[in-house]
Every structure is written in structure tokens, then in C-alpha cells.
Write a protein that binds this ligand. Structure first.
Ligand code: G3D
Ligand code: MG
Length: 272
């Protein structure tokens, strides 16, 4: 029996407010959740695809990483790049400086961490463009400069939302062997736990009003739970969530502490 099911991590990169979160929402019928509204840390969304090519169909699961778009968060960003097999590079056609950012910031950063991987560029908010023709010319220039394929999209109208993801899927399939090695599978799971750790830490810091006050406690409780930040495990994270809740109960009310704890345990559970 041939196992044609493959799972790949992809990144959605681009400056803040270009429409990354909106694009994922359009593409994935996802349950609506509060933490989706502003992307704090990194959010991972799953999407199953079936790629048909002559004589063959491949089932592909994308793990789409919506990476914090604020420039300067290099640590969080670069740790989320690891293990990625492709990236959608997104800009806003009404703000051309966001296209420059792809060349000046996002691509160089990506290449520090990953080997060259398939890239697709997406010029979003085409519904707001004054001239579609001009937007297309600008996109064509960018495609040529980067040597990649690309599309004009609108997360608002849904135009070309699938096209970008599908083009990336095809490029990834073309490039990689359909079978993921065991080692790669293990690595991928590790990176997912890193994203969840990131999310839990951010959430805790939020509750405490900032990293400055919260980080010493985070370090202490993660150490106590035996969490290795380079390779967090499900068990370690569960324990860390317990310990963090314990410390929170001294300055938050019991119902809030319990709600945060359940939310964080839910994130851990989501990791396949
Ligand atoms: P980000 O995840 O890249 O930071 P968001 O971007 O998805 O949060 O989108 C930022 C804002 O742009 C949102 O507006 C969103 O509705 C809007 N937006 C995203 N894609 C499109 C698009 O294709 N067309 C139009 N017209 N707007 C878009 P708000 O006002 O909610 O902040
Ligand atoms: Mg976002």
C-alpha cells in the first residue's frame, strides 16, 4: 500500500496588517477563537488538501504558521521558521513598503534559518487597488526580482486565496519526496511544541502586564517543570501550565486562573 499522505509546515510571512490572519481565515474553515484576532506569538492552523495531478492524487496536510508580523521580533520569528517546507510571502498592494519588506527583511531572515524553500508571493487587498493593472505590474516586477510565482489576492472577496496555497503545495510536492523521514516527523512535532510554548509564555506575560515582570516567573516554573525550551514535550508543558496557574492564583481570581489554564491545556492538546 502506498502512503501518499504528507504533512508539511508552511509559513505565512509579511508585515503587520497585510492580511495574513484574514487569508488563513478565508482558506481554512476554522472555529472562531479570540486569540485569532491579533496574532500574538504564533498561531498554527491545519488544512487538509488534495492535490490532483495526472494519474495521481496526493493528500497533503498543511500546518500553516501565522508568524508574528511585527518587525524586530527576530527571536520568535526565527524559531518559528525552523522546519518550514515553504512560505507564502505576503504584502499589501496599497502599501508598497510592505513589498520592499519582503526583500529587505522577511526573505533574508528566512534564509538565515532555512535552506532555500519554495516561495510564493501574494499581493493582498487587490480589492482596494486603484489600478489593478498597475498592481499586476508591480507584482510581476517582484516575481521577477525574487524568481518566484505569485498572485494578487483579496482575503476580503476571496479572490485567489486558494491559488497561492495551491501553487505552494504543488511546488513543495514537486520538490520533495512524498515520504517524510521519521527524523523529519519528529523534528516537526518538536517545532509545534515550541510554538505552543511560545503561545503559553505570551499569554502568561499578557496576564501579568508584560514580559519584564513575568519572565522571571516563567523561567522559574518552566525549569521546575523540566521543560527544555529547545525541545519541549507535552508532559513538561502540561506540568508547566499547572505551575503557572499556581503562581497566578496569588494575583488573579480563581475563575480566570482556571479559564487560562484550560485554554493553555487546549493549545497543548491541539498539537497532533
Ligand atoms: P495580519 O494578520 O497580516 O496582521 P490581518 O493582517 O489579517 O489582521 O488584516 C489587517 C486588516 O486588513 C484587517 O482590518 C483586515 O480586515 C484587513 N484586510 C485583510 N485582507 C484584506 C483584503 O484583502 N481586503 C481588504 N479590503 N481588507 C483586508 P481591520 O480593520 O479589521 O484591522
Ligand atoms: Mg495577524
Amino acid at each position: 500500500m502506498v502512503d501518499d499522505h504528507i504533512k508539511r509546515k508552511i509559513l505565512l510571512l509579511g508585515d503587520g496588517a497585510v492580511g495574513k490572519t484574514s487569508l488563513i481565515r478565508r482558506f481554512v474553515v476554522d472555529k472562531f477563537s479570540d486569540e485569532y484576532i491579533t496574532t500574538i506569538g504564533t498561531k498554527v492552523t491545519k488544512k487538509d488538501l488534495r492535490i490532483e495531478s495526472p494519474g495521481k492524487a496526493i493528500d497533503l496536510t498543511f500546518m500553516i504558521w501565522d508568524v508574528l508580523g511585527q518587525k524586530g521580533y527576530k527571536g520568535i520569528q526565527e524559531s518559528s521558521f525552523q522546519g518550514a517546507k515553504g512560505a507564502l510571502l505576503m504584502y499589501d498592494v496599497t502599501r508598497l513598503e510592505t513589498a520592499e519588506s519582503l526583500q529587505n527583511y522577511w526573505i533574508p531572515h528566512l534564509l538565515v534559518v532555512t535552506n532555500p524553500i519554495p516561495l510564493v508571493v501574494v499581493g493582498n487587498k487587490v480589492d482596494l487597488a486603484d489600478s489593478r493593472r498597475q498592481a499586476q505590474e508591480e507584482l510581476d516586477d517582484l516575481k521577477e526580482a525574487l524568481g518566484v510565482t505569485g498572485f494578487l489576492s483579496s482575503a476580503k472577496t476571496g479572490q485567489n486565496v486558494e491559488a497561492g496555497f495551491l501553487a505552494l503545495a504543488k511546488a513543495i510536492i514537486a520538490q520533495s519526496d512524498a515520504k517524510m523521514s521519521r527524523r523529519e516527523a519528529v523534528e516537526e512535532a518538536t517545532h509545534e511544541f515550541i510554538a505552543v510554548t511560545d503561545q503559553i509564555i505570551m499569554d502568561f506575560c499578557d496576564g501579568m502586564g508584560g514580559q519584564e515582570a513575568a519572565m522571571p516567573i516563567v523561567r522559574q516554573q518552566l525549569t521546575r517543570a523540566g521543560v527544555d525550551v529547545k525541545a519541549p514535550t507535552r508532559e513538561g508543558l502540561r506540568l508547566a501550565v499547572d505551575y503557572l496557574a499556581e503562581t497566578e492564583s496569588s494575583f488573579r481570581n480563581a475563575a480566570d486562573v482556571e479559564a487560562s489554564k484550560r485554554k493553555r491545556l487546549g493549545w497543548i492538546k491541539e498539537v497532533a
